[in-house]
Structure formats: structure tokens, C-alpha cells
Design a protein around this ligand. Structure first.
Ligand code: DQA
Length: 138
């Protein structure tokens, strides 16, 4: 099984970004752990701070992988274009968030990703990604 992880803005600085909310681990370190944990899964990873690049990546991943795990970060709450891109592709997308967005500011409660997502995993720290992989495997 091929699973592609797509991370949005500011997730390249995990580890030093608000560690009390997002934890102290870098995503690179966590991703290496995931690859070790799921040896039978072909995991790939892309991160961008740029909205259009995330859309292009969703389009390119379509039909090349079995599932996409998307943390669109702040674009979750603003990007109609990312919502449309998910609607336009056939590959199932699991929306993940590290923090519990519903326990934070009101503007984080709305997601343009959720209506088009296959499923949503929110608030389990970096473990949200592991749970998303397990969901695809199930
Ligand atoms: C986030 C939550 C978003 O509201 C925020 O803008 C992020 C990270 C999360 O994983 O908890 O950048 O997507």
C-alpha cells in the first residue's frame, strides 16, 4: 500500500514551533519512526508553505497512491481551493490535525477539508498520522 503524507504551512518547523501545542519532535524524525513502524507501507512525504503547491501535489498524487494523509494546517480554515482539489481527485484523503482544533480559537473550528475528506483524525498529537495510516490499513 502506498500512502502519501502532505503537510501544509509551518509544519516544516515542528519541534521549535509552539512546542507546548505541537510537541518537541521534528516531522522528519517522526516520519522516520513511522517508516520503521510500518515497514510494509510505502510512505512518502511532501511539505509546502505555498497553497498552490499543495493543490498541485494533491493532483499529482491522485492515482499514484492508495491514500493521502493531509494536514493543510492554517489553509484548512481558509482554502476553498484545497477543498475543491480534494473533491476533484479520486484518491481518499484523511484529514489530520496534531492539536484539537475544536478546543482552540473559533476560527480553527471550520474546515474546508472536512466535507470532502474520507475521514478526520484530530487532536492526538503527532500520533494522529499513525492513526490515519492504521485507518487506511484497516
Ligand atoms: C494544525 C491546526 C491548524 O489550526 C494550525 O493552523 C496548524 C496546525 C494542527 O495540526 O494542529 O498549522 O493543522
Amino acid at each position: 500500500m502506498k500512502i502519501h503524507v502532505i503537510n501544509g504551512p509551518n509544519l516544516n518547523i515542528l519541534g521549535k514551533r509552539e512546542p507546548e501545542i505541537y510537541g518537541k519532535s521534528t516531522f522528519k524524525d517522526y516520519f522516520t519512526e513511522l517508516q520503521f513502524q510500518f515497514k510494509d507501507v510505502e510512505l512518502s512525504y511532501f511539505q509546502s508553505n505555498i497553497e498552490g503547491e499543495l493543490i498541485s501535489e494533491l493532483q499529482e498524487a491522485d492515482d499514484n497512491v492508495d491514500g493521502i494523509i493531509l494536514n493543510a494546517a492554517a489553509y484548512t480554515h481558509t482554502s476553498i481551493a484545497i477543498g475543491d482539489a480534494i473533491k476533484a481527485i479520486a484518491t481518499p484523503v484523511i484529514e489530520v490535525h496534531i492539536s484539537n482544533t475544536h478546543a482552540r480559537e473559533d476560527f480553527r473550528k471550520h474546515s474546508y477539508v472536512s466535507p470532502n475528506a474520507f475521514g478526520i483524525i484530530i487532536g492526538f498529537g503527532l500520533r494522529s498520522y499513525e492513526l490515519a495510516i492504521r485507518s487506511f490499513l484497516d
